[in-house]
Design a protein around this ligand. Structure first.
Ligand code: 5AD
Length: 433
């Protein structure tokens, strides 16, 4: 099974190529030297990942073609929107009307949406976000994999179960050989084309070692690699970029500097943003976002989080609930409700309808067993599967009882593909438009 549909290169303009997927065209950045119009490729996260032989591509496309149009059709049907309901608050209808006419919403309007209380109103908001998702992204869904390579961390974030001060947690650090092995298995056996390598801020790896791991994976397989090792100086970002990393996953956690300080003693929001900004300048694809339900966090804070994500040039918005960990300061914090998270996913879609990929986070899936499906029907278009070797997975306990903790990769892939099919989505990552 494969999580990317091959595209056909239509034209090449310096580093930008136009790729056609069953007649729909998208743009992607190309770093391959020998690419020509007519070639078949895989693209992920806006990058051309690999050229594939025409015969192989045509075979895969033939299989896909049979289901692709049925899926698109199903997606289109599920995304229909009716704004004629007389019982809905007219203020809401006016705002949604404006959004659907592609008018950017004002801050007060977005806050109004975030504060919606009534059930039919909230459901209409989710449907409108789903409509926009379908309009701009069709039925494409990014499926990325994450490998958590070490649970050592020198930081002491107040909410995090692998924070350095958490005692009694068995720590692990995968060896370079284990990381390469797990990555190649994900790529070659399961067909992943985009992988996130994540750890706590672990001084136990040198940048040279991490660069070596990335180089080795890139030398052996075609994949978009995201790094997620916490904050780092620009020179380290440069070294990992040169090794072949092209993406950075780093949440800023909250855009409110006072709240940030409270939760991250001795660290500043500005230094976190420095890493994100430097990465963006260097050409990394950015995934960022924040935690929802932090004590003292307001809707204004959350809206500012969404604006900041856009300002940082993120191609993916990653927003998930705080899940209290019993061994942290926030042990007794209340968990946010499913609807609150769905509203934020929907708002992300409203704020950047065309460019945003919005991911349903594992945190949300942990909060709610229906979270993945509901999120994908409320503006989200992306999921991340956990590919960490099972024996380590429970030790990466940023919060307790994480969704999919016991599920092998094959099982997660099967469930994901069947969920996507049930709502008419195809695991195509068509990249930037
Ligand atoms: N609940 C939810 N998410 C958490 N993270 C850390 N601790 C928790 C928690 N208790 C998230 C942070 C971090 C990411 C790797 O995990 O947002 O950036």
């Amino acid at each position: 099974m494969c999580y990317a549909i091959p595209g056909k290169v239509e034209s090449i303009n310096e580093k930008t190529v136009t790729v056609s997927y069953f007649g729909e065209t998208k743009k992607a950045i190309n770093e391959l030297h020998d690419l020509r119009p007519g070639d078949y490729i895989y693209a992920q996260g806006g990058y051309v990942i690999e050229k594939i032989p025409a015969e192989q591509a045509e075979d895969i496309l033939q299989t896909w073609k049979e289901v692709f149009f049925d899926l698109q059709d199903l997606d289109l049907r599920l995304s229909r929107l009716d704004l004629q309901d007389k019982n809905i608050d007219p203020g809401l209808l006016r705002i949604l009307d404006r959004a659907l006419e592609e008018k950017p919403l004002k801050k007060e309007e977005l806050l109004y949406l975030l504060d919606l209380k009534g059930h039919p109103e909230q459901e209409l908001l989710f449907k409108a976000a789903n409509f926009l998702r379908q309009k701009y992204h069709k039925n494409a869904c990014c499926v990325h994999g994450i490998i958590e390579i070490s649970n050592y961390c020198r930081r002491n974030c107040a909410y995090c179960g692998i924070a350095g001060h958490v005692k009694g947690l068995e720590r692990y650090r995968m060896t370079p050989g284990e990381i390469v092995g797990a990555s190649l298995e994900a790529i070659e056996k399961y067909g992943f084309r985009a992988l996130v390598l994540q750890s706590g801020e672990d001084p136990g790896y040198t940048i040279k070692e991490l660069a070596g791991v990335i180089k080795e994976i890139k030398a052996k397989a075609a994949v978009l690699i995201f790094i997620s090792f916490g904050e780092m100086p620009e020179k380290d970002l440069v070294e990992l970029y040169q090794a072949g990393a092209r993406g950075l996953l780093l949440r800023f956690e909250t855009s409110n500097p006072i709240l940030y300080d409270k939760l991250h003693t001795g660290h500043s929001l500005e230094s976190r943003l420095d890493t994100l900004r430097a990465a963006r300048r260097l050409g990394y694809v950015i995934i960022t976002g924040g935690l929802l339900g932090l004590p003292g966090q307001t809707y204004v804070d959350i809206l500012n989080d969404l604006y900041l994500t856009k300002e940082l040039g993120a191609t993916m918005f990653s927003f998930g609930p705080l899940i209290p960990h019993p061994l942290t300061e926030l042990a007794t914090a209340p968990m946010p409700r499913e609807k609150e998270i769905l509203k934020v996913l929907a708002l992300a879609r409203f704020i950047d309808p065309q460019n945003a990929n919005v991911v349903v986070t594992t945190g949300f899936e942990t909060l709610s067993p229906t979270g993945r499906k509901r999120g994908l029907l409320a503006g989200a278009n992306s999921v991340m599967l956990n590919l960490t070797p099972i024996k380590y997975r429970r030790l990466y306990s940023i919060y307790p009882n994480r969704a999919h903790e016991q599920e092998g990769i094959a099982e997660q892939v099967r469930d994901t593909v069947s969920l996507l099919q049930s709502i008419g989505r195809a695991p195509t990552d068509l990249g930037v438009t």
